[in-house]
Design a protein around this ligand. Structure first.
Ligand code: KG4
Ligand code: ZN
Length: 335
């Protein structure tokens, strides 16, 4: 039977990405133009700067994605695009580009939720088996998502304040690490020890929610106090202590959720899913949960990219979830 080819777009934050995906699980191309350097001197993503970069990059990304996949517009079955959540100006560039291609080449347009995309990056490891649970950890979100079927998402727990990635970026900034700080803090953590014993907020509470703002404050207070008394703290131990607190809470709440919602797979996805401490901890914990396999999004597909959007788009395509030219960006889109 004929292969299904989807041209997928992602532009919700600071990566412009276009991919060509075959049958939802084979990457023919996945072009990612990152803008991180342009945002670093501001210490975070500047929305207006992001939009401008997306405009400059997107047509180049389309051209490269088609060329690398060795396909033309005529070979495509559909166009897919992230329409939320994210920065409205950034999202609009991808949405407008996707609409234009769909209209010009008479292709169906598939609207994709960015967070569903993150979860479906797991498809590049193995087929998703339902029911499944996702621990979705990124710069903007930290949530446990129960999926009874391939097109159903139920948030059973989420952060009440900061996202895990946001906390990484903030404590990284305090230690003088460039945005985004997660990867460096992760590397430092592996060279240190949990000597500070920071708080594990809500860890023992009987729910699936998270809170990271108290941890962030405890970290800042500790470093601030040290500065005042002229003491130098070991950055590796600080990082290790912070990471241990984050990983403890994420792992404990996830295991609690798996007891109430037995699933075939636990999917670890989102930018923070690249964290080695978290990957190792869940590997160890899940080995003791019979019937549930841990599926970690591939390291290269944890951060924002269009391949993950194409992976979920194939599901939407089969369910005939299509949009027309009135599709708009939805910065606070929820499942
Ligand atoms: O999913 P993502 O690429 O963008 C959003 O949709 O938010 O996630 C970016 C976040 C940033 O906060 C970054 O610091 C964090 O993921 N991150 C990490 C690691 N790599 C990236 N956090 C902890 N450990 C890592 N290895
Ligand atoms: Zn993301």
């Amino acid at each position: 039977s004929k292969r299904n080819l989807i041209l997928a777009f992602e532009s919700s934050c600071d990566e412009t990405s276009v991919a060509v995906i075959e049958d939802g699980h084979q990457i023919l191309s996945n072009i990612v133009a990152t803008q991180i350097k342009s945002h670093q001197r501001f210490g975070g993503v500047v929305p207006e700067v992001a939009s401008r970069h997306h405009i400059e990059e997107i047509t180049i990304c389309i051209k490269d994605a088609l060329a690398e996949a060795n396909v033309t517009y005529d070979d495509l079955d559909a166009v897919a695009v992230t329409y939320g959540p994210g920065l409205v100006g950034a999202l609009l560039i991808g949405v407008t580009a996707a609409k234009t291609v769909a209209f010009a080449h008479n292709l169906p347009l598939i609207p994709v939720n960015h967070m569903a995309g993150h979860i479906y990056a797991a498809r590049y490891v193995e087929p998703i088996e339902f029911p499944a649970m996702a621990l979705l950890v990124s710069g903007g979100h930290t949530e446990l998502v129960y999926m009874p079927a391939e097109n159903q998402f139920e948030i059973i727990g989420e952060t009440r304040d900061d996202a895990a990635g946001e906390a990484y970026d903030k404590v990284g900034r305090v230690m003088g690490v460039n945005y985004p700080a997660g990867k460096t803090v992760d590397e430092w953590a592996h060279q240190g020890h949990d000597t500070f014993n920071f708080p594990r907020a809500m860890d023992k509470d009987d729910n699936f929610d998270f809170s990271f703002s108290g941890l962030k404050s405890a970290f800042i207070n500790t470093t601030h106090h040290a500065d005042q008394v002229g003491e130098t703290l070991d950055k590796h131990d600080l990082a290790a202590s912070f990471q241990q607190a984050v990983v403890d809470v994420l792992a404990d709440k996830t295991l609690r959720a798996l007891k109430q919602y037995p699933v075939h797979q636990l999917i670890l996805a989102g930018g923070v899913a690249a964290n080695h401490g978290l990957r190792e901890r869940l590997d160890a914990e899940l080995a003791a949960v019979p019937g549930t396999r841990l599926v970690k999004a591939p390291l290269k597909l944890c951060g924002d990219n269009a391949a993950m959007i194409g992976a979920f788009a194939e599901v939407a395509y089969r369910h005939q979830v299509f949009a027309d030219a009135t599709l708009n960006a939805d910065p606070s889109l929820e499942f």
